[in-house]
Design a protein around this ligand. Structure first.
Ligand code: GUN
Length: 283
C-alpha cells in the first residue's frame, strides 16, 4: 500500500500560512508586490505565470505582469529588471524561464537584486543555499522538503538519490537533503549503472525531463518517490518522469502529476515574496 503525497493539500496549508501573515502586513498599511516577467508566448510558461499570479491574488499580494515580445533585446530586459530593482513598491522579481535563445540567461539572472530574487537563482543566493544560511528557499526543492516534512518522512540517515543536476532543481535539492542529514547521491545523464543506485535508494527525486523514466523494476519495495517532471502526452493527458502506475505498487509514498510537486513550487514562491518584503522592511 502506498500513500499519495498530496501537493495541493500541502501547498494550500503553506499558502494559508502566508495569507495570514500577509493580512497582518496589509492591515498595518503595507503592500506586498511581486513583479512577474514573461518573454514570448511559450504556452507552458503562460500557464505557470497565470498560476503564480493566481496564487498572489489568493494570499493577498499584488502582482504586476510584464509580458515582453519574443523579440525583446537583452538590454531592454535587463533595463526593465534594473528599474524594478530600484522601485521601492516592488518586493520580488520573477523572470519566467526559459528565455529566447538570443538572450543570455545568466546575464539576466545576475541583473536581479539578490534582495528581490524570489526564485533564489542569483549567485549570491545560490551560494547562501550551499552554506545552509539562506533567505530565499529554492522554490521546487524547498516545496519538496515541505511535503516530506508534512508526511513525517524522515530524511536523516536515509539514502537519497537525486536524478538530474539542473541549477533549478537537482543541485539545490541535493543541498537541502544534505542539510537534513540525508546521504545524498546525484545521478545524471553520464551516470553508469543508474539502476544500481536507484535500487539502493530510500528516497528518489526524479527531475530528468523524460516521460515515465523511472520504472518499478528500478526501485526497491518501500521507496519514497518524488516526481518533478511534467509532460503532455499525445492523448492530451499529463504524466511525470515516473511511471506512476507501476511504481505506485512498489513504493511507500509517491507524488502524483499533476497535483504533486508543481503546486509546491508556487507555494514556496509566495513564502519567498513575503520574506523579501520582510527583509526590505526589516519587519
Ligand atoms: N521555469 C521553470 N521553472 C521555473 C521557476 O521555478 N522559476 C522561473 N522563474 N522559471 C521557471
Amino acid at each position: 500500500m502506498y500513500t499519495l503525497i498530496d501537493g495541493k493539500l500541502v501547498s494550500q496549508a503553506v499558502k494559508d500560512r502566508v495569507k495570514l501573515e500577509a493580512a497582518s502586513i496589509t492591515e498595518a498599511g503595507g503592500k506586498i508586490t511581486l513583479a512577474v516577467i514573461i518573454v514570448g508566448d511559450d504556452p507552458a510558461s503562460r500557464v505557470y505565470v497565470n498560476n503564480k499570479k493566481k496564487a498572489c491574488e489568493y494570499v493577498g499580494f499584488e502582482s504586476i505582469e510584464y509580458a515582453l515580445p519574443e523579440t525583446v533585446s537583452q538590454a531592454e530586459l535587463i533595463s526593465l529588471i534594473e528599474e524594478l530593482n530600484r522601485r521601492e513598491d516592488v518586493n520580488g522579481i520573477l523572470c519566467q524561464l526559459p528565455l529566447p535563445k538570443h538572450i543570455d540567461k545568466s546575464a539576466v539572472i545576475s541583473s536581479i537584486s539578490p534582495l528581490k530574487d524570489v526564485d533564489a537563482f542569483t549567485a549570491h543566493n545560490v551560494g547562501k543555499i550551499m552554506i545552509g544560511d539562506y533567505d530565499f528557499l529554492p522554490c521546487t526543492p524547498a516545496g519538496i522538503m515541505e511535503m516530506l516534512s508534512y508526511y513525517h518522512i524522515e530524511v536523516k540517515g536515509k539514502r537519497c538519490l537525486v536524478i538530474g543536476r539542473s541549477d533549478i532543481v537537482g543541485k539545490p535539492m541535493a543541498m537541502l537533503l544534505m542539510h537534513s542529514n540525508g546521504t545524498v547521491t546525484i545521478a545524471h545523464s553520464f551516470t553508469e549503472n543508474l539502476k544500481e543506485l536507484t535500487l539502493q535508494a530510500d528516497i528518489i527525486v526524479v527531475a530528468v525531463k523524460k516521460p515515465r523514466f523511472l520504472s518499478a523494476d528500478m526501485i526497491k519495495e518501500g521507496t519514497v518517490v518524488i516526481d518533478v517532471g511534467i509532460h503532455r502526452m499525445e492523448n492530451g493527458k499529463l504524466c511525470g518522469d515516473v511511471d506512476f502506475d507501476s511504481v505506485k505498487e512498489k513504493c511507500s509514498y509517491i507524488t502524483p502529476v499533476p497535483g504533486g510537486v508543481g503546486p509546491m513550487t508556487i507555494a514556496t514562491l509566495m513564502q519567498n515574496t513575503l520574506k523579501a518584503y520582510r527583509i526590505q522592511h526589516k519587519s
